[in-house]
Structures are given as structure tokens and as C-alpha cells.
Design a binder for this molecule. Structure first.
Ligand SMILES: [Mg+2]
Length: 370
């Protein structure tokens, strides 16, 4: 089997108005993605997905499509797609950065390998270590009334762990967390995510102030970069500090571990350039006694499936302690998959099909194509 060509399809998918994301990075109401199809000589097609929101994923649909066409396609066409490790290492070496585009290619190669072998990707990774993946809902930085409405909705949907976006305004942050705690009661585990918005003294002050609401973790309280910032926060508070924007690579994880800067890591398929590199980070973290969770850029169904296979097959991802943000498809007004992924009752279920286990709904893709 050989790779014959790589097709890219830019789409923009609207987010439910009530769930539109507001955080330190501003408002987010429509999500741009680049869908990727890796075609082969055997008629098997591998699916991939690039998150293409520059603020979060460093690239847009044009840059991602350009690098696939100009750099990755010449490297990959004519090659055996089942050589996932060799080919993804080549794409990583050919271009600095642009991990989300590399991840789309890598997940498509896994999809092909799984389809060719007649097994789910998770089986190629060693088989599932958990049948269902505990997930948490993410409440955006909206006003307290809307935050409590969203929390009530998430509770009704079966979520028993949630996180609230903070770092926008101290008073509003506290009011938002209070409103959510009031609605969800004492049983729901609640974390906060500042997306790096606080400086060190503010982070320490705010995490202590939020202690009143039984917060069980603080995610990316300070900006990525010097790990010593986060280490100082971690030394000064008594809840776990999660690194998200600070950890994209295994080198980042090693730096954070040496600096004792983070209690746990939020890893992604996109941020780390694929399922394989994300598992390397998880193994590095596990060796240092740090659990991982899986974070999100509100992925559509293809990348969400890749996240589910990653979380299902990886011991180092402690989704029971830190439920994953595998919730992307719930944000969108329409489904792009023929058969939606099952994400309900606070869990994401492993799709049963071969490869990534998902198929695109071509009509839906056409509607959102730009
Ligand atoms: Mg985060």
C-alpha cells in the first residue's frame, strides 16, 4: 500500500450560542478547522483534523493546507502509510513548530493502519486500559448568571467534574466560581483554568481566595515560559497545579518536572504533533510520578476520536483523577460525522469501528466548507 495523495478541506463550524467560549483570549463563536484525507493505492482513506485557530493552535487553514501541500505531501506520497513512526518523525523533522498540522497527518496514518489491519487504533497502541473515559465540562468566562445556567445544563448532562475559566477579572472570576458551586453542589469536582492570565502574586492570591469553593486544581495559572513562575505558585498553594500551555513537548515536560512546577500535565494530540508524541510525554510524566489528562481545542469528531484512542490506551493519562476535556463535539450546532461519537453521562466512549472509528458526513462537510 502506498500513499497516493493528500486532500485538505477547510471548514468553519458554528458553536451553540449559549456555549460560545469566552476566556482571556476573547470570544470564540465559530471554529475553523482543516480536515485532511490521506488517500492510498488500496482505496483506504485516513482522516485527520487540524485545529486552525491561530491564538490557540498557531496556524490557520491557509498555513496548514500550504505546509501539507508544499512540505508533507512530497515527503509522504509514494510511501507505505503503515510506517507511522518513521513517517511522522519525518514530518516533525521537516518543519519547525506547526504541531497541529503534523498531528492531523499522524492521526490519518494511524487511521489507515487501523483500517488496513481491521482493528481500532487503540488496539495498535496496545489495547484499552479503560473502557470509558471520564470527562469534565469546561465553563467559559461568561457572567455568573450564564455560568450557572451552563453549569446546570452540564450537571443535567451527567458531568460530575467541571472547570471554570478564570483570569478575566478578579471580582467576576470569584462571582463566576461561586455561582457555579452554588448550582452544582458539593458533590461535583470543580477546577479552574486561568489560561496563563495571572502573574505570580495574583495567581497565589486568587487560588487561595477560591479555596472557599473547594477548588481541586488550578490549570495554567501563570503564563508559559519560565517554569520557575509556575513552581513558585505551586509551592504557595495546596491544590494541584496543572500545566497546559506550558507543555507541548517532552522537553517541556522534562523542564517542568525538574523545576517541580506542575502536579499534572494536560496533553493534547494536536499540541504535541500526534498520538505518539503525546504518549511519550505521558510516559515521561509517569516516570516522575505526574499524572496526565487530555486537554482540548474544541475538536470536531475526527480529532476527538484520536483523543479518545489516546486516553483509552495510555496508562499515564489518569482520567479518573483528572477527567479529560474530550467534549469538543458537544459545542457545535451540527455533527460532521455520520455516526456521532458517544459523549454522555460524563464519559467519552471508545468508538467501535476500525481505525479511528469515525466517518465523515460528506453533506455536512460540504455545508461547512469554506
Ligand atoms: Mg487549559
Amino acid at each position: 500500500m502506498k500513499i497516493t495523495r493528500i486532500e485538505t478541506i477547510p471548514v468553519r463550524v458554528p458553536i451553540h450560542a449559549r456555549l460560545a467560549i469566552r476566556g482571556k483570549g476573547g470570544m470564540h463563536a465559530v471554529s475553523p478547522f482543516l480536515l485532511v484525507k490521506v488517500h492510498t493505492s488500496e482505496g483506504i482513506c485516513g482522516l485527520g483534523e487540524v485545529s486552525a485557530t491561530p491564538r490557540w493552535s498557531w496556524e490557520d487553514q491557509v498555513t496548514a493546507a500550504h505546509f501539507i501541500e508544499s512540505i508533507f505531501a512530497p515527503l509522504l506520497v509514494g510511501q507505505d502509510p503503515s510506517e507511522v513512526e518513521t513517517l511522522s518523525a519525518r514530518t516533525r523533522a521537516a518543519l519547525f513548530g506547526n504541531t497541529f498540522t503534523k498531528a492531523a497527518i499522524e492521526m490519518a496514518l494511524w487511521d489507515i493502519a487501523g483500517k488496513a489491519a481491521g482493528v481500532p487504533v487503540c488496539r495498535l497502541l496496545g489495547g484499552p486500559v479503560r473502557a470509558r473515559i471520564p470527562i469534565k465540562w469546561s465553563i467559559s468566562g461568561v457572567d455568573p448568571v450564564r455560568a450557572s445556567e451552563i453549569a446546570a445544563w452540564a450537571l443535567e448532562k451527567g458531568f460530575r467534574t467541571m472547570k471554570v475559566k478564570v483570569g478575566i477579572d478578579a471580582e467576576q472570576d470569584i462571582a463566576r466560581v461561586r455561582a457555579v458551586r452554588d448550582v452544582v453542589g458539593a458533590e461535583v469536582r470543580l477546577g479552574v483554568d486561568a489560561n496563563g492570565a495571572w502573574d505570580v502574586p495574583t495567581a497565589i492570591r486568587m487560588i487561595r481566595a477560591l479555596g472557599e469553593f473547594e477548588i481541586y486544581f488550578a490549570e495554567q495559572p501563570v503564563a508559559p515560559g519560565d517554569p520557575e513562575r509556575m513552581a513558585e505558585v505551586r509551592r504557595s498553594v495546596d491544590i494541584p497545579v496543572l500545566a497546559d500551555e506550558s507543555v507541548c513537548s517532552v522537553d517541556d515536560a522534562a523542564m517542568l518536572i525538574r523545576a517541580s512546577a506542575a502536579s499534572a500535565f494536560s496533553i493534547y494530540v494536536g499540541k504535541s504533533a500526534g498520538i505518539g508524541p503525546a504518549r511519550t510525554i505521558a510516559a515521561t510524566a509517569a516516570a516522575a510520578g505526574r499524572p496526565c489528562t487530555v486537554g482540548s481545542n474544541l475538536e470536531l469528531g475526527v480529532a476527538t476520536a484520536a483523543m479518545i484512542h489516546l486516553a483509552a490506551a495510555t496508562h499515564g493519562i489518569d482520567a479518573e483523577q483528572f477527567p479529560c476535556d474530550i467534549i469538543g463535539p458537544l459545542f457545535y450546532t451540527e455533527e460532521i460525522l455520520r455516526e456521532p461519537l458517544r459523549i454522555a453521562d460524563g464519559h467519552a466512549d471508545l468508538p467501535q469501528g476500525i481505525g479511528l472509528g469515525v466517518e465523515l458526513d460528506d453533506d455536512a462537510v460540504l455545508r461547512f466548507r469554506v
